[in-house]
Ligand binder design. Sequence first.
Ligand code: ADP
Ligand code: MG
Length: 323
Amino acid sequence: MALTEFALIERYFSHCGAVRGDVALGVGDDGALLRSPSGEDLVAAIDTLVAGVHFPPQAEPASIGHRALAVNLSDLAAMGARPAWALVALTLPESDARWLEEFARGFGALALMHNVALVGGDTTRGPLCVTVQLLGHVPPGHALRRGGGAAGDTLFLSGTAGDAAAGLLLEQGGLALADLGAAQELRARFAFPTPRVALGEVLRGHASACIDVSDGLLGDAAKLAAASGCGVEIALEELPLSHALVRAVGVERARHLALTGGDDYELCFSVPAAHVAELSRALPQERWNYRCIGTLRKGAGAVVTRAGTVMQFSHSGFEHFAS
Ligand code: ADP
Ligand code: MG
């Protein structure tokens, strides 16, 4: 069933996500009117997902809606910000009611969970593409950044790494798995990632630097290090791996995926060594689910160590530099 542009906006997007008192005017006029809490810094992020590039063209629409918001929530989490308002620019090949309903359901459920109101957007016809802009707040001067780390800081990672990459491989037929439970868990990690918004907020005042892992841990940790004017060392044995991932591909390939695979949307953050004990007290690891994976160090670039020795890293695996 096809809907007119006006009807589909009204039906699926005029009451999507949270209802917030700071939205003076939402969907329906030429612009949204938003009331920023006085004194707070406004944090803005925007991300585009293109069919065939950022998700398989046949991906379930609920997953596309979820991920389009999740990637932005993850950016705000990495800033230590509290999300508030979203705008969606949607380009669709056709106005398919079932597709739109599922998309809005995926987007809306995650928006509700994080108290995000959908306050506007744009709808056009063309090849499938979704852009979400997300706005949020942070106490002035307290946003987390990539550039606040220093050599000697301890590096942490939330959750587990590599699952989403394995999930995408499963989706694309690049990996087969007899263990259906593990397969389902890994696919869900790609299709419905969990942005670490609450962790980002409580890391304010603890983390010296923070980045969300979207393009692969090794590369993203290197970006944090570069912005902080130092290098980074990651201990291969310390990488947090899910049971599902190890069951699926074995520990060696799991570590490789954990370092290079994208779409995890975990937080990678540094804490000055002198403040690590305080971090563990304030944010117990069992509750907040993060672990130490390495350190920032003098110099530049990212290296991976195994049993304290720097590893050569290639697409086929790891080798000692020495051997
Ligand atoms: P205009 O031509 O004035 O930009 P539009 O017809 O594009 O108006 O949009 C009408 C209203 O619907 C605006 O408030 C806009 O923000 C909102 N809107 C359009 N598309 C979407 C969407 N996909 N999600 C949420 N709001 C949307
Ligand atoms: Mg418009």
